[in-house]
Structure formats: structure tokens, C-alpha cells
Design a protein around this ligand. Sequence first.
Ligand code: NDP
Ligand code: ZN
Length: 356
Amino acid sequence: GRIPAKGFAVYEEKGHFKPYEFTRHAVGDHDIQIEILYAGICHSDLHHVFADWGAEEYPMVPGHEIAGRVVAVGKDVTRFKVGDYAGIGCMIGSCRHCDACEQDLEQYCEEGAIMTYHGIDRYNDNEHTQGGYSNTYVVAEDFAIKVPDNADITKVAPLLCAGITSYSPIMQAGVKKGDKVGVAGFGGLGHMGVQYAVSLGAEVTMFDITEEKREDALRMGAVRYVNVNNPEDMKGLDKTFDFILSTIPAKYEPVMYLKMLKLDGQLGIVGLPAFRNMPTLSVAELVMPGARRKVFGSQIGGIKETQEMLDYSVANNIYPEVEIIKAGGAEIDKAYQNVLDGKVKFRYVIDMKTMK
Ligand code: NDP
Ligand code: ZN
């Protein structure tokens, strides 16, 4: 039968987090059930709670950075056994047969990937999906990520969104040893982006809006930190980068970064501000500066690439810097406020085992 679950939901737009009890679908033949140990707080969770990208349904249990342990497996499951670590990221299903799915790009499924929360699970009686700020999840094994036993499980959850969302465009752009790479927005995604680019041998410059992260950037291997509000820092940057990754979640001028790209340089955009604050880039800005630059957008990564990212991260000891909080409504509310105020270094992770 259905599996009882409990977690923390907001009951209205911009609401506070309160306990919420619900159920998940039964463990099917190809499904696994995970006891959630840790859940990361991604800025996208805030965008959904605040309805920044359009109307949402409530109650909503956010959370798409999930690390846990397998507690049950369906009879046809082959990749997991009870006791294994497992992870879940932003999506839990797709059609599996369109061109995108056949290329292991399920996030671009032509019929729409099923999101881990705020989704309608067409493959399980159209139930509303609820996310990781909860004690358990039931997922098809093909959409779960294997987490090696030697991984630091307290830090794995943010890899499933912040990790893959920065790793994938860095790989798409073909970043290699000696490349000059910029990462704009030094938060959850950005602090993973610098680590991946440095691990590939790139010379990395971090961009943010504060003085407070200068030391952190250098500690993570960046060669330079630019506070975009400091005119001294902004000197000498035009036409110097091969690739810039933008993770910025607020209003900004993309042309500023475009001008910093060399001939054939690329700007990869993953940060997605609220619709009311959406940055724009004009055709004139793209053509007239005259350096044949490319701009692309990117969403998370497919399951295969997510597994590759996770294995690469564990093998190279690349992890997020996390601040672990207790599983309580007041604690999650406070963490949200701190993310809004720029006070998080660098990712909040909820210890779901502490839920009463
Ligand atoms: P965080 O809040 O952790 O990090 C964002 C960082 O950007 C903060 O350090 C922030 O500074 C900084 N920042 C804000 N404004 C500027 C600016 N004008 N210039 C430079 N830096 C700035 O967010 P996340 O990393 O979790 O998420 C970032 C964005 O990526 C969000 O919009 C999120 O929705 C999106 N996202 C997209 C995904 C995709 O698949 N494409 C997947 C996951 C997330 P401060 O803290 O001081 O405000
Ligand atoms: Zn996310």
C-alpha cells in the first residue's frame, strides 16, 4: 500500500514551514524506497516557495537535493540493495523514449520531466510530487543516483543539484587545462563551479557582490576574486575569458559578462532569477561588440551525467561546504532568510534524522 511520509511544507505562497503528513506511492517492482538522511536547500526552492516563476500549488514540500539510505527495493531492482546510500536530484521520471531521453538528457524530455516536487507524476496515478524536506522518498531505480560507501554522506545532497548544474555546462563548454574561466554568483552553485573548473586545470575568477567572500574564493583555488561593486576589481577584464558560468539568481546585466569573453568565448547561464527581475540581452549587444561569442542556457544534467559527476566528485574529494541545520520549521524559515540576506556559506543542509 501507500507509504506514510512526513516533512515540512509551506501551506501558501511565501508561507512559513510547518509539519506536514502525506503519503507516497507504493514501492513498485522497479522502485526503491529511501530513508532521507540529508536534504539541501537550493535557491530554486526559495524561488518556488515565493512563486517567483509563476503560480504554485500548496502545501508544498520543497527539496531536490536528497541523500539517503535504501530501506526497501522492488523485486526487479538490480542496481540497489537495502542498506546502500542513494541520491535523488531535481527529477524522478521522464518518458524514456523521446530523442532527449534516448540521449540521456531526461531533463529535456519532450513530454516534460517529472520534477521531484511541484510535479505531477504521470507514471504514478498523477500524484503531486513532494520533495526532500521529508523522511522518505519512493523513486524508480533508474532515476536514483548510486552513492559510494566511502562518500561523505553529510555533504552529498547538494551535489545532486548544485553540483550537477555547474558541472554539466563546464563540460559542455569543454573547459580544459589553462582556460580562463569566470564564475558569476559565488553561492551554492558557484562554489561547486569553481571547484570543478579548478580540478580541470582552469584559471578561475569568481564574481560576486560582496567583500566577504574574497578569502573563500582563493581558498577554493580561484586565482582572482572580483567584487563587481568595486571599480578597482573590474579593471582589465574585457576579452579575457574563454568561458563564464552565470549562477546569478537576481537582476544583472549579462552584457557585462559578454564583453569579458575572448573570440569564440562562451557564456553559460544556469542562474534563473524571478520573472519580475529577469535580465535581458539584446541582439545588438550580442552582435556589435564583435567577438563571435556564444551564449547557452543549461538545466541540471541527465541521470547518466549526474552519476558521472557524483563519482568524479567523490573520487576527487570535491564537496560543497555545508552548514547542517536541524529539521524544524523555525530552522528552515531562518535558513531561507539567511539565503535571501546573502549569509549562507555555502549550502544549508537539513539533517532529516533530527525530525521529531
Ligand atoms: P545562492 O543564493 O546560493 O547563490 C547565488 C549567489 O549569487 C550569491 O552568492 C549571491 O550573493 C550572488 N549574487 C546575487 N546577485 C549577484 C550579482 N548581481 N552579481 C554576482 N553575484 C550575485 O543560489 P544557488 O547557487 O542555489 O542558485 C543560483 C541560481 O541558479 C538560482 O536562480 C537558482 O534557481 C538557479 N538554479 C538553476 C538550475 C538549473 O538547472 N539551471 C538548478 C539549480 C539552481 P548574495 O548571497 O550576497 O546575495
Ligand atoms: Zn536546485
